[in-house]
Ligand binder design. Structure first.
Ligand code: NAD
Length: 392
């Protein structure tokens, strides 16, 4: 086996961290096709362009519902294995998010290997835009961690297959306000389901993260009269919210112990884990962060403890709803109307969970898969007049 092959096996290894594990991988390597087929991806594309230092992976998980849309994440990954794992996992999540949100897009994700602080330039994004264009609209890019609407604007110079360009240039801009608004609609649905009212003045919140989503959410909650405890690594962000709207600051390590009606994760992934679940003093977990559950079993454990969990990819779909409107003609009023649907989406999930006696994460998955199956079946049989012309 040549050095290059060793590197590729390493890239696809599930846990190549011990010398023993690494050796085992060499003799029993995991195969990329096998991984991709197990996760159900349609296509994974590697783009490189030496002159602009472009290294990008785009994973298209599903185009059953329409062209696959997903954020382009720019991150200085420690190794390529982490980058590939991230892109495969997040692209599948996007399929479920679009499906549960009732959108006409499929799921994808792109990762750009590099440091967003130092490695960005026009050539990089234009070169990426040209590669995205070569996919013929199967992939639509949007902003994500490490990229901004200005970067999407550079991609737009080379391809129309991008959303999230600045509002000033006819786009939908930063999606985080819509994500926070959608989260608020989902929180109201949870309150109605659990207490029979959605009076935000009668409930309290512990919000983890005062970044883009957390900031907007705390402001909305305070405007509605809720008591809000908030934490962040960045002290200036907390101080800002304390001064601006009277939220109460909590040390980072104590946010799980706060006695509040709702714990709202708006910062990190996997914060519902074996260490944090026993500490939670809330009755509802409902927040904007992605991948809140370290494992699905922990969603079941929340249920067992009487804590209502609003599945993250359903409650935080407001940003995606906002961006996809750009494909049909964006206005903020249209976006807000669309985002308001999250109330009914969450209600439907909670009702199905109660009816079938299954945890809410499972109810959401079931509803998303039901829609994907139903729509994939509409593609059969071949209907000449409804299908694009075929060339051979
Ligand atoms: P952001 O980077 O603007 O904010 C995250 C905040 O969390 C930062 O202020 C950071 O300092 C803080 N933070 C980091 N570690 C922390 C810790 N241990 N304890 C407390 N705070 C901590 O990101 P964002 O855009 O607000 O996104 C927040 C979450 O929501 C992410 O999981 C993201 O994937 C998800 N999300 C965002 C959107 C969107 O529209 N921005 C849409 C869907 C999902």
């Amino acid at each position: 086996m040549q050095a290059r092959d060793v590197h590729e096996w390493h890239l696809l290894a599930p846990l190549p961290y011990t010398p023993r594990g690494r050796w085992l991988l060499l003799v029993n390597p995991m195969n990329l096709f096998e991984t991709v087929s197990r996760l159900g991806h349609e296509q994974v594309v590697f783009f490189q362009h030496r002159e602009s230092a472009l290294r990008c992976v785009i994973a298209i998980h599903s185009t059953v519902l329409g062209p696959a849309l997903g954020g382009l994440r720019m991150w200085p990954y420690a190794n390529e294995a982490d980058a590939v794992r991230d892109v495969l996992r997040h692209s599948k999540d996007m399929t479920y998010k679009a499906a549960i949100a009732g959108l006409d897009v499929g799921g994808a994700k792109g990762i750009l290997i590099g440091n967003p602080e130092t490695d960005k330039n026009e050539a990089l994004f234009r070169s990426l835009g040209r590669f995205i264009h070569s996919l013929g609209g199967r992939y639509i890019a949007s902003e994500d961690v490490g990229t901004s609407s200005d970067d999407m604007e550079l991609i737009r110079l080379e391809t129309p297959h991008v959303v999230g360009v600045p509002e000033a240039n006819g786009g939908s801009g930063d999606p985080s306000r819509a994500t926070a608004l959608g989260t608020l609609h989902g929180i109201r649905a949870c309150l109605e389901f659990k207490y029979g009212h959605a009076d935000l003045r009668r409930v309290s919140f512990a919000v983890q993260g005062a970044g883009q989503v957390g900031y907007h959410l705390v402001k909305l909650l305070r405007a509605a009269g809720s008591k809000v405890f908030v934490t962040d690594i960045a002290e200036d962000r907390i101080e800002h919210l304390v001064d601006e709207c009277g939220a109460e600051a909590v040390p980072m390590s104590q946010i799980y112990d706060v006695e509040a009606t709702v714990f709202s994760p708006c910062a990190l992934s996997a914060i519902i884990n074996e260490d944090t679940v026993p500490r939670l003093r809330c009755e509802i977990v409902a927040g904007g962060a992605n991948n809140q559950l370290e494992s699905e079993e922990l969603g079941t454990e929340l249920e067992r403890r009487g804590i209502l969990y609003a599945p993250d990819y359903a409650i935080n779909a407001g940003g995606l709803m906002n961006s996809t409107l750009e494909l049909h003609g964006y206005t903020e009023a249209r976006a807000d109307r669309r985002v308001a649907r999250i109330h009914d989406i969450i209600t439907r999930i909670l009702r199905l969970g109660a009816q079938e006696k299954i945890p809410t994460w499972q109810a959401a998955k079931q509803l998303a898969e039901l829609r994907l199956t139903a729509i994939s079946q509409t593609k059969l049989p071949y209907l000449a007049s409804a299908s694009p012309p075929r060339t051979f």
